[in-house]
Design a protein around this ligand. Structure first.
Ligand SMILES: O=c1ccn([C@H]2C[C@H](O)[C@@H](COP(=O)(O)OP(=O)(O)OP(=O)(O)O)O2)c(=O)[nH]1
Ligand SMILES: [Mg+2]
Length: 155
């Protein structure tokens, strides 16, 4: 895996550094610094205790953890959250409990999300009178079919 140095400041000295659980993992796990109970359908913004300085040309993306999503319905409201290269504040995570019945109980130090650092580019938007043709054209939102589920669901 290629790597890039990212300067980090621990705002909460006790939190662990973001950690890649396995060598090939794309996301480094982030923890909550606070205990929080998220009722069904509710959301909560939690701190991660860290601030970073990404190099220019990079951004961080805060993704949910699949295991918690599947097991208890925990996700990130604005997934993926965008961490701009110029942001120096604490990385926060806006969590949501998608479960309809049970609260999600989080304890300080729990790994609640993962940070993916990626290269990004700025587009130079050039307005034109007509866009070039393409195979897809303006077809979207189901234009390629494969939605048998609709017939089964909607009858
Ligand atoms: O999950 C997230 C998303 C964003 N941020 C921080 C870093 C990011 O650089 C900043 C702004 O995020 P964004 O641009 O998504 O929010 P906005 O509502 O557009 O705020 P702003 O007006 O400050 O750009 O907030 C987080 O800590 N966690
Ligand atoms: Mg913004």
């Amino acid at each position: 895996m290629p790597s890039v140095e990212v300067l980090l400041s621990r705002l909460d000295p006790a939190v662990p550094l973001p950690t890649y659980a396995r060598p090939g993992d794309a996301g480094a796990d982030l923890v909550t610094t606070t205990d929080v109970v998220i009722e069904p359908g509710e959301r909560a913004v939690v701190g991660t205790g860290i601030a970073i300085a990404l190099p220019e040309g990079y951004a961080g993306f805060v993704h949910p953890r699949s295991g918690l999503a599947a097991r208890v319905g925990l996700s990130v409201v604005n997934t993926p959250g965008t961490i701009d290269a110029g942001y120096r504040g604490e990385i926060k995570v806006c969590l949501v409990n998608h479960d309809l019945r049970d609260a999600v109980v989080l304890t300080r130090g729990d790994r609640i999300a993962q940070l993916v650092v990626q290269k990004v580019e700025h587009a130079v938007f050039r307005e034109v009178d007509e866009l070039p043709d393409s195979a897809r054209g303006a077809g979207g939102y189901g234009s390629t079919g494969g939605h048998d589920v609709l017939a089964r669901t909607e009858g």
